[in-house]
Write a protein that binds this ligand. Structure first.
Ligand code: PSU
Ligand code: MN
Length: 305
């Protein structure tokens, strides 16, 4: 499965290696959410809890990161905790993954880089919070996440709560359609909007069970259709912040980003932390709840596969 040339750079955590060899279900987890998406200590607690949820569902969790230039597929508790504490971790996407490896750096992998690493070792399902996408104002800034291109080319199912609501969800859906990425609402007719269960946009396709999602993936493989799939899974009702309420916070965060001239990779982490501040920590609680919810569904899909 793993190309011979990539092997020297990869450390497969023993439980993950055993599960892959025995063809038991494995779920990949990203690490930018740990290094850039949440503050310490909630980031470390969240990372431990999602691993536990996946294990409780009968799958093996594989948190992916680059540590001192090594591509880690699965972390020990100690490695995960020390990543949560790392202050100057890089944010690694397709463009900079190899740089971190070649230069011996440490970084959190985004959705794009986590998909690349998962596919390298044959992991087919991956749980995150929200994918990157087309930013509001992208018509002037050209800020479109590399996550979208990765979904188009790498055969991994990404389970998310949709695109982060700081993005232009409508344009994000347009790009995904153009690139041939199936977007599946998990039992929901409208796309969720990360912290909120509903956006104004219909889900392009709707499926209501992990088995059906697994069957769609298998069908795409059988037909030779390359690339991944995006599953949009709404946050549980008790944890959501309604879209009308979020809109004000998102706009204020956006204004702050513009005023401080935040650009490039810094935009998403800046907006997330600004919104955390504006909501008095409520957005973080919701963010954690939705990641946990996605981990559960991802484990069920991995089992169905
Ligand atoms: N989901 C979260 N928090 C995050 C992210 C996703 O709940 O911090 C990260 C993911 O790693 C995603 C990245 O790939 O944000 C997108 O960054 P950008 O917009 O710069 O591509
Ligand atoms: Mn960007």
């Amino acid at each position: 499965m793993t190309p011979e040339s990539a092997r020297p750079f990869i450390d497969l955590h023993a439980p993950v290696a055993e599960a892959l060899a025995a063809r038991r279900p494995v779920v990949a987890l990203e690490s930018t959410i740990i290094t850039h998406g949440m503050p310490y200590p909630q980031n470390g607690a969240m990372a431990a809890q999602v691993e536990k949820i996946i294990a409780d569902e009968g799958a093996v969790p594989a948190t992916i990161a680059v540590v001192d230039g090594r591509i880690k597929i699965g972390l020990s508790d100690g490695e995960r905790e020390s990543l949560a504490l790392t202050e100057h971790a890089m944010k690694l996407s397709r463009a900079d993954l190899a740089f971190a490896v070649a230069e011996g750096r440490t970084g959190g992998t985004t959705v794009a880089a986590t998909m690349i690493c998962a596919a390298l070792v044959g992991i087919r399902v991956f749980a995150t919070g929200g994918i990157g996408g087309v930013h509001k104002g992208a018509e002037t800034s050209f800020d479109v996440s590399a996550d979208l291109d990765e979904l188009a080319r790498t055969p991994v199912i990404v389970v998310s709560a949709g695109a982060k609501a700081i993005l232009d969800i409508e344009k994000t859906l347009e790009v995904l359609e153009t690139r041939g990425v199936p977007v599946i609402g998990n039992g929901c007719e409208v796309m969720p909007a990360f912290w909120s269960r509903r956006s104004p946009f219909p889900a392009p396709m709707v499926l209501d069970s992990p088995e059906k999602i697994a069957r769609l993936y298998a069908t795409r493989q059988a037909l030779g259709l390359s690339g991944g799939m995006l599953v949009a899974n709404p946050v549980p009702e008790v944890d959501e912040i309604p879209a009308e309420e979020m809109a004000g916070y998102i706009e204020a965060a956006q204004k702050a980003a513009e005023a401080q001239r935040i650009v490039g990779k810094a935009v998403t982490p800046f907006l997330l932390s600004k919104i955390l501040e504006l909501t008095g920590g409520r957005s973080l609680k919701t963010n954690i709840a939705l990641v946990e919810n996605n981990a559960r569904l991802a484990a069920q899909i991995a089992r169905a596969l």
